[in-house]
Design a protein around this ligand. Structure first.
Ligand SMILES: Cc1cc2nc3c(=O)[nH]c(=O)nc-3n(C[C@H](O)[C@H](O)[C@H](O)COP(=O)(O)OP(=O)(O)OC[C@H]3O[C@@H](n4cnc5c(N)ncnc54)[C@H](O)[C@@H]3O)c2cc1C
Length: 475
């Protein structure tokens, strides 16, 4: 069949501040070279002429130039049985695929995960001992009735339970202040990853491809063609980008989706180090034996949790597995490429973090000696700003974005975002694509800073402690 995809070539059109201008500009743009305003950190709009002259060849100029891409406009009719590629198998992508199926739409989820799906819903099991660690999401709270429905289903299936373990705030010297149990807290009974694995268990119209790193998106003949380092991975009528950070910026920067690219690049993310450590003897916590604590005022530690008492409350005599997270400030100062952490950095971070835990618990230096430990950097850990919109969809490019960052920094935000995008795209498909502009969403929203804890947002859990200057533990 002859191509019906209209690509505005070689035109580049400016991104209008007013979305209503979008249509007019699409129809009338002439051969002028424009660049998009990067809007870094702010998501502002506005076209700029002659970017090369203005920005020279600095790194910033390269980022600016990557915004100069042609908008793809699909004009092929939407097929009666459209297929969607979901790039990212974290909670938002999985929920999106599942909700698409509920609306009768087929999809394929691509995910890089070597050990499993779930992204930042990771649980690591070491050997057969077993040492079990939730190494990103620790627990979650619920504020949206749509998420509550999911959680109720997980409760019925025995996948989650309320976490009644003592939670509080900890300051140097072992000063622990319990937090009132004002809002239900949930954990995965066998850790967080099984929750992600469960999402698609009953789905028949979702194909999962893993591990697979989608490295290219190309609009050809009315379809999105996906590939992994030159290896074709299929053709789809629409795409969903369900991941963020450097990887998403790279993927989008030459995709023909300048509006999506700009929004993605406006996102700012924290970096957080995780230290997983197992101890033969119980870690001496203050007299009130807590299971989780937000740590205040210590630079290298912002959170600690005892996975063993959290996940195996009735079993005694097991080694204790703890998850420790650094503060975002420490993560930022000690950021390295997460795929290739130099040994010397790993050792220094481990010793800074152990020292931070000792200070927090009021223990003498060198008293904590884990028999197993592993550090990991979450280089794109949590969003620090948000457009506060459930999802983003570019109907001309037939491409959407979902993810926690669109609404906040939590499992709940990821679930609501995935579900919202699926329903939005299903409505768009159902409309036949006749009035695309009516389905444009989130392309022009500006970003605002996000509050919460360094490890995310928890409805109903507010800090009682006023944070003082952090105590530095770096050598
Ligand atoms: C240290 C830490 C602690 C946290 N603690 C909590 C907590 O206690 N409670 C809470 O509610 N939330 C917490 N969070 C946040 C929570 O984990 C996230 O909000 C949620 O899991 C995000 O889901 P997502 O689908 O938006 O993204 P992700 O989980 O990041 O999923 C994105 C997926 O896309 C994949 N991917 C990336 N690029 C590609 C590509 N090119 N091709 C294919 N696949 C790709 C990734 O591998 C990943 O699996 C924490 C996060 C971190 C980092």
């Amino acid at each position: 069949m002859a191509s019906k995809t209209l690509i505005l070539q070689p035109l580049l059109f400016p991104i209008p501040r007013n979305p209503n201008l979008h249509k007019a500009l699409t129809l009338t743009c002439s051969q002028k070279s424009y660049s998009m305003d990067a809007g870094l950190g702010g998501g502002g709009g506005g076209g700029r002429r002659n970017p090369r002259k203005k920005y020279g060849t600095s790194r910033r100029s390269k980022i600016k130039k990557s915004f100069s891409q042609e908008q793809i406009v699909f004009t092929t009719p939407i097929p009666s049985d459209p297929t969607v590629a979901v790039i990212g198998g974290g909670m938002s992508g999985l929920i999106c695929a599942s909700a698409l199926e509920e609306r009768g739409i087929r999809s394929t989820v691509f995910d890089t995960g070597m050990h499993g799906l779930g992204g930042r819903m990771g649980t690591r099991t070491v050997n057969d001992q077993p040492l079990v660690f939730d190494h990103a999401a620790q627990f979650f709270t619920v504020s949206d009735p749509r998420f509550q429905k999911f959680v109720d289903r997980w409760l019925e299936e025995g996948l989650v339970r309320e976490w009644k373990g003592l939670l509080g705030e900890l300051e140097a010297g072992g000063h622990f202040v319990p937090m009132p149990y004002s809002s239900a807290r949930y954990i995965g009974v066998k850790g967080m990853r099984p929750l992600a694995d469960s999402v698609l268990r009953k789905n028949h119209r979702v194909n999962v491809v893993r591990p697979c790193w989608i490295s290219k998106l190309e609009p050809i003949n009315g379809k999105w063609h996906l590939s992994e380092n030159g290896k074709p991975q299929g053709q789809f009528d629409a795409i969903v980008v369900a991941h963020n950070g450097k990887c998403a910026n790279r993927l989008l920067s030459s995709s023909g989706l300048p509006l999506l690219t700009r929004q993605m690049k406006s996102l700012e993310l924290s970096a957080i180090w995780a230290l997983l450590a197992a101890f033969k003897d119980p870690v001496p916590v203050p007299q009130t034996a807590f299971e989780g604590a937000f740590v205040k005022g210590i630079d290298s530690i912002s959170w600690m949790a005892n996975n063993t008492s959290k996940l195996f409350p009735s079993q005694n005599g097991m080694p204790q597995c703890w998850t420790f997270f650094s503060s975002a400030a420490y993560g930022k100062r000690n950021k390295v490429p997460q795929e290739n952490i130099p040994n010397i950095t790993a050792e220094r971070v481990k010793s800074d973090m152990i020292a931070g835990v000792e200070i927090a618990l009021g223990l003498s230096k060198g008293s904590l000696q884990p028999f197993y430990s592993r550090v990991q950097l979450w280089g794109a850990a949590l969003p620090t700003n948000t457009p506060a919109i459930p999802c983003i969809f570019d109907p001309h490019g037939r491409a959407g974005i979902c993810g926690d960052w669109l609404l906040g920094a939590s499992v709940e935000a990821a679930v609501i975002s995935g579900m919202s995008l699926a329903n939005h795209m299903a409505d768009y498909f159902q409309s036949g694509g006749e009035q695309p502009d009516e389905f444009s969403i989130g392309l022009h929203e500006t970003f605002t800073a996000l509050g919460g804890h360094d490890i995310g947002q928890f409805h109903g859990i507010e800090s009682e402690i006023k944070v003082l200057e952090p105590q530095t533990t770096c050598s």
